[in-house]
Design a protein around this ligand. Structure first.
Ligand SMILES: Nc1ncnc2c1ncn2[C@@H]1O[C@H](COP(=O)(O)OP(=O)(O)OP(=O)(O)O)[C@@H](O)[C@H]1O
Length: 245
């Protein structure tokens, strides 16, 4: 295990995932360093979502290992450092939640489990939620039921939830799919600010659009393996190292 003080946000070695007996990730080696802005590309079904879920410990590995800041996901305790934007809003379990409530839930990992929130903490939370809602242009929808919003609006709610948590690392699964051009540009500009401040981003994308200039790296998956890697400034793309396809 890497010393957590010097560990990168993510380090995955030989990660193999099987779903229904089928190999979906075929032995991925991937290190994401602080400040990386990494896009995970590849065709439908190539394993992009599975890879980001595996980085977060949301799907089990059949072989290999993965660490978040030097800890296996099951032992990792710094979840306030990670902001995950899943592909869709999880089903509400019958409890209607407003847009503001969903966005505020991005702060949960920051709250103390034992102490009541101090007045200052509550004000900081309110400000962070307000800023996040503004960044995705949904301040005027804050009281609406999140599940009644359109697909693109729900995605913006999920982005705002991650922004509200003020994490060090954003993991975003197709954050701009179904989001209109103006809002894609707004997200890119919010992320630009955050990455200038040293935040790390891992995003799954089909269309990079206005995100492209922010990237420091890309990896492309094909059938659960890394088939191509590029780094910003590379004159040529680098063929993937590691296991043969
Ligand atoms: N829960 C599951 N049970 C069984 N198979 C699954 C499950 N989740 C994913 N898979 C399979 O794993 C493969 C990779 O899926 P994944 O969602 O990671 O692909 P993707 O590259 O993100 O695709 P897309 O671009 O369509 O979002 C697919 O063939 C999919 O059917």
């Amino acid at each position: 295990m890497t010393d957590p003080r010097h560990a990168p946000p993510f380090e995955m070695t030989g990660a193999l995932v099987r779903r229904d007996g089928r190999e979906v990730l075929g032995g991925i080696d991937l290190r994401v360093d602080a400040g990386d802005v990494l896009a995970v590309l590849g065709p439908n079904g190539s394993g992009k979502s599975t890879l980001v879920k595996a980085l977060l410990g949301l799907v089990p590995l059949a072989a290999g290992r993965t660490e978040i800041y030097g800890e296996p996901p099951a032992r990792f305790r710094g979840w306030q450092r990670i902001g995950y934007v899943p592909q869709r809003l999880p089903a509400g379990g019958g409890v209607p939640a407003t847009v503001r409530e969903v966005v505020a839930s991005g702060r949960v990992a920051r709250r103390s489990r034992w102490l009541p929130a101090l007045l200052g903490d509550r004000a900081a939370e309110r400000d962070a939620v307000d800023r996040a809602l503004k960044a995705v242009d949904l301040a005027d929808r804050a009281r609406d039921s999140a599940h009644l919003l359109s697909g693109g609006e729900q995605r913006r709610v999920l982005i705002a939830r991650a922004l509200a948590g003020e994490p060090d690392v954003f993991v975003m699964d197709e954050p701009t799919a179904g989001v209109d051009t103006r809002n894609q540009a707004a997200l890119a500009s919010a992320l630009h600010e955050l990455t200038r401040g040293g935040r790390t981003v891992v995003l799954v994308a089909h269309e990079l659009g206005p995100m492209e200039p922010l990237l420091t790296r890309t990896i492309e998956l094909g059938q659960g393996r890394v088939v191509r890697e590029t780094r910003a400034g590379d004159a040529h793309e680098t063929p993937a190292t590691g296991r043969p396809a």
